[in-house]
Design a protein around this ligand. Structure first.
Ligand code: HEM
Length: 397
């Protein structure tokens, strides 16, 4: 189902370019404009609808019979073709079968034995970084757990692993609407797919790893063997950049709001709430999309079958209809219902691991870092991810 303008467009329309450099670096005013225009707004430049209100995004994510993922959740036709059949881009029984395999090592029960190791690793990392004082918090701090412990658990061959950070970020760029920024990343995605096909194979994977469990499941007939490479992408793509962005955003928010850091330090029991608040306010994945399977009346607007709706998690999480003072960072808010991990059948399979990593890093920091002094913060212009390329910070004890 290719992305073309519907014959008849109902509801509000806008010329606003949600993927201009300016909009990607500072999306909040544009999100507010779209939320105020209606439950969904047609983006004329991209021939897709945009859902930005909390209730609308939650409804779409929880109604897969109308808004399936099997036609892809990306904003361009090529990518929707490439990732066909992975967990993210499938529905019904096929989705259930692959999700069951992917989620197995990521349940709270499976992760429990790793909890102490992850905390120990975070604590010793923070001790080392404190001795240094001034750090680059994305590379030195936020990336550490995902590229060490998590990469080891996934168990892909060492050879090529160093590419993984570039691949993961470029892969998410490929999710954007057609255009130079998206297409520039396509060759990198081809490299990643080649790695998933040729390197993520029996004999090259770490024995007992999560990646090997995918092949074991295929041997048992639980998924088709040709699904294995795209299922590897289920781990390769989202296990790194998302969490790195989230930890980077946490450091940035606490540097900008020292009074909120004081609250966390005074009462570390607030850390789980702070984690939710960071994910609400600076959602690492800002948007994916859904196709429309059948004609559907969405809050009074006629959505034609065959059209596509972009679901803006990042905008929904700042909807004043759902959260009072939505732009305020308040670690006591505990927004457990935020949509930063999505919702419905495709809600993030790795959320327990991501939260565990975030909690471990914040716990380690809270016990010894009094203040984050921010010298410089750089963001990438990225189609999907919100985070930082670098954060120059001094850790004061
Ligand atoms: C803070 C970190 C993370 C964020 C913000 C995040 C966000 C998301 C979101 C928004 C979705 C929903 C996609 C949709 O609605 O179509 C999703 C799905 C998914 N995530 Fe995450 N993610 C994070 C970490 C992880 C980690 C660490 C892993 C794996 C180790 C992971 C694996 C997945 C998978 C496999 C799916 C697809 C689930 C499905 O389609 O059933 N994520 N994630």
């Amino acid at each position: 189902m290719s992305i073309t303008a519907p014959a008849v467009i109902d509801g509000p329309q806008t010329d606003y370019d949600a993927y201009s450099d300016e909009a990607l670096l500072d999306p909040w005013r544009g999100y507010r404009m779209m939320r105020d225009a209606g439950p969904i707004v047609f983006l004329k430049k991209y021939n897709m609808y945009a859902a930005t209100r909390y209730a609308t995004v939650a409804h779409i994510l929880r109604t897969p019979e109308v808004f399936p993922s099997g036609e892809g959740v990306m904003m361009n036709d090529q990518m929707n073709q490439v990732l066909r059949g992975n967990t993210l881009c499938s529905d019904g029984a096929v989705h259930d079968a692959s999700r069951r395999i992917i989620v197995k090592p990521l349940t709270p029960k499976s992760l429990k034995p790793l909890q102490d190791e992850i905390q120990r690793e975070a604590t010793s990392l923070v001790e080392r970084l404190i001795r240094r004082g001034r750090i680059e918090a994305v590379g030195d701090l936020a990336s550490h757990l995902p590229v060490t412990i998590v990469s080891e658990l996934v168990g892909l061959p060492e050879e090529g692993r160093e590419q993984m950070l570039t691949w993961a970020s470029e892969m998410f760029n490929c999710f954007g609407p057609s255009g130079p920024r998206t297409e520039k990343s396509f060759p990198v995605l081809a490299e990643m797919m080649a790695y998933a096909t040729n390197q993520a194979v029996r004999g090259k994977l770490r024995p007992g790893s999560w990646a090997e469990a995918i092949l074991d499941a295929a041997d048992r007939g639980e998924v088709k063997p040709d699904q294995c490479p795209v299922m590897m992408i289920d781990y390769m793509g989202p296990s790194l950049d998302t969490t790195i962005s989230a930890i980077g955003s946490a450091v940035w928010l606490f540097a900008e709001h020292p009074e909120q850091w004081d609250l966390v330090r005074e009462d570390p029991a607030l850390i789980p709430s702070a984690v939710n608040e960071v994910l609400r306010l600076e959602s690492p994945i800002q948007d994916f999309s859904r196709s429309v399977a059948v004609d559907h009346n969405l809050e009074g607007i006629a959505l034609p079958a065959g059209s596509r709706v972009i679901t803006y998690y990042g905008a929904a999480n700042r909807d004043e209809r759902q959260y009072p003072d939505p732009d305020v960072f308040d670690v006591r808010r505990n927004p457990v219902d935020h949509l930063g991990f999505g919702a419905g059948p495709h809600a993030c399979a790795g959320m327990n691991l991501a939260k565990l990593e975030m909690r471990a890093v914040l716990t380690a920091l809270a016990s010894s870092v009094r203040r984050f002094e921010l010298h410089d913060a750089r963001r990438p212009v990225h189609n999907i991810l919100r985070g930082f390329t670098s954060l120059d910070v001094t850790l004061h004890t």
